[in-house]
Design a binder for this molecule. Structure first.
Ligand code: GTP
Ligand code: MG
Length: 211
């Protein structure tokens, strides 16, 4: 019993050490995004990024997800199984900015886009919209280079409003919420999508000559 506890603690400490490289990958990506934001704004008088948040998944969350999905508890391979240990969420003013930021990242030679899930073109059944990328970037350490995966979620302010509240309302349901909520939830997502469309067309009319 005592040894179990000691084993658990040493596993957690080991895992924490390995998570450092994910923090560095986030810092690299944050710098790239801040540069794109500031430089695009200075050239086009429009900042394509409203705000950015990030997080490294907590050790407890990582162990829980490995267990839940039936993946091995092998610290050397956690990055092979989990794509979302490092997460960056980019909130943009307009839908066009979401794709613009993706394109600007994709053009960078040290950013590999491993996977794209376009829940804007094809929303999830509950109405969730966002553009998800799994990217891989090099992190230069004292004695080696590590190529680290980061999950990037790009969305508009309206998509973020909806997703944040949907999560607050329904996170306790593992799967989908009860059937009597689904229609109402979907219809609120459609209102958010219409809002994005209307704001986008106002933006186009105002900035039509700029870019
Ligand atoms: P996971 O095992 O959850 O990582 O699923 P996945 O690998 O299929 O990932 P997916 O790209 O579908 O979603 C990853 C992340 O997007 C989640 O951890 C959430 O942050 C967000 N997300 C996905 N679906 C929803 C949703 O219906 N509502 C909200 N609020 N967020 C969502
Ligand atoms: Mg995921």
């Amino acid at each position: 019993m005592v040894t179990d506890l000691a084993d658990d603690l040493s596993l957690l400490r080991d895992l924490e050490r390995r998570l450092l490289v994910y923090k560095f990958a986030i810092e690299e990506l944050m710098t790239k995004l801040r540069i794109l934001s500031e430089e695009f704004d200075s050239v086009h008088q429009h900042d394509p990024i409203e705000h950015i948040t990030n997080r490294v998944k907590k050790p407890e969350g990582i162990l829980e997800k490995l267990r839940r999905k039936g993946f091995p508890l092998d610290l050397d391979a956690i990055g092979d199984w989990l794509d979302d240990i490092a997460g960056v969420r980019v909130v943009c003013p307009f839908v066009s900015d979401v794709y613009r930021v993706k394109a600007m990242l994709a053009r960078q030679h040290d950013v590999e886009i491993l996977r794209t899930k376009d829940y804007i073109a094809t929303p999830k059944p509950n109405g969730y919209r966002s553009l998800h990328l799994i990217v891989r970037i090099p992190v230069f350490l004292s004695d080696r280079v590590e190529h680290v995966k980061v999950e990037v979620q790009l969305r508009t302010i309206a998509m973020d409003f909806w997703a944040t509240l949907e999560h607050k309302l329904f996170y306790k349901y593992d799967d989908s919420p009860p059937a009597d909520f689904v229609g109402e939830l979907m219809s609120t997502a459609m209102i958010a999508a219409q809002l994005d469309d209307r704001m986008e067309s106002l933006h186009r009319r105002i900035h039509q000559d700029d870019h």
